[in-house]
Design a protein around this ligand. Sequence first.
Ligand code: MSS
Length: 366
Amino acid sequence: AAAPKPLPAYVDWKNAKALIVHSNNTMETKRSAYGTSVITPSDQLYVRNNLPPPNPSILDDRDAWTVAIEGVKNPRTLTVGELKGMGLETTAMVLQCSGNGRGYFPSKPSGTLWTVGAAGCVVWSGVPVRAVVEALGGVAAGNPYMTGTGGEVLPEGLDPKSIMVERSVPTAAMEDALLAWELNGEPIPLAHGGPLRLIVPGFTGVNSVKYIKRLAFTPKESDAKIMASSYRLTPPGEKAGPDKPSIQDMSVKSWINSPLPEDGTLKAGKALIEGIAFGGITAVKSVEVSIDGGKNWKPARFIGPDLGKYAWRQFVAEVELPAGTHTLASRATDVKGLIQPEARVENVRGYNNTSWSDHAITVTVA
Ligand code: MSS
């Protein structure tokens, strides 16, 4: 087998043993590394950059970083130092790439073939966007979108719209959104968007724009490629474009982290099935497990603290495993009663895979 790729320099502080390095800009957490203590340590958290990260010197004076707030009654450019005096909130949430689970699409869509690891449950601290907006007189009329622009310096000679990271979400999402400077108790590392990141809880990762330079309330969605045609739920054979649904809020999902096939042959008898479950834009209510590929289900029990509706819950279920080969699956339900589906929704780029069947695992017991 080929030697694992080494960690790129900007993430040399990460735990290499817990990560699968796909490329310089894409690394996922190993399924076996999630543990059972709810929070994903920053050094095990996945990384996904559409562009190479900015020069680390942007962290030299974090409080001096500026963000332009537009589309409010009194637009202003604010420093991180000023934002720190405007309000404070801490939110635990699932950060998950839109393409997490893409590796289970038989069509092998273009893009990173993540399995479960482009996701983590992390804690952000920052100022609520609604507090900033209120201080600047409120959203100016006629702006149904909140548009965040990343601070990467774009390579010359290319159409900026074709590469810039700029995403629009409904203005209503500002209610729970943060302009964050802290991740899991530390200043946000460069890889995760420091010095300042827009956090949109309940939405897929791409909507939480790193190195945010501009937060604008706008009459239209951004026409940058990453908004207009990328991250769209495009049915097979059709062409991506603004008419297709944008990948935004997440829905109910779960998966098992233990036991795993790489644990080798298990001993027949009592076994504990462990995993994680989350609701996405709503809270998760319950989760069930199956040891026969989804024919029969039994309830699992949540363990650990409940960190709010945007966080994931970890679960455990005690089962009896007879000798043989078993397909273990988990299936979550959210507070609205939506059940994690058996099948993925087929789409060209392999987004939003919540299929319990795709995430099932097969173990051998003797
Ligand atoms: N931001 C910016 N500025 N840039 C880039 O590239 N990416 C995205 C987000 N944000 C970006 C941003 C994505 S796409 C994702 S996922 C996320 O981010 C990730 O995160 P981390 O921290 O993990 O790396 Mo898919 O949906």
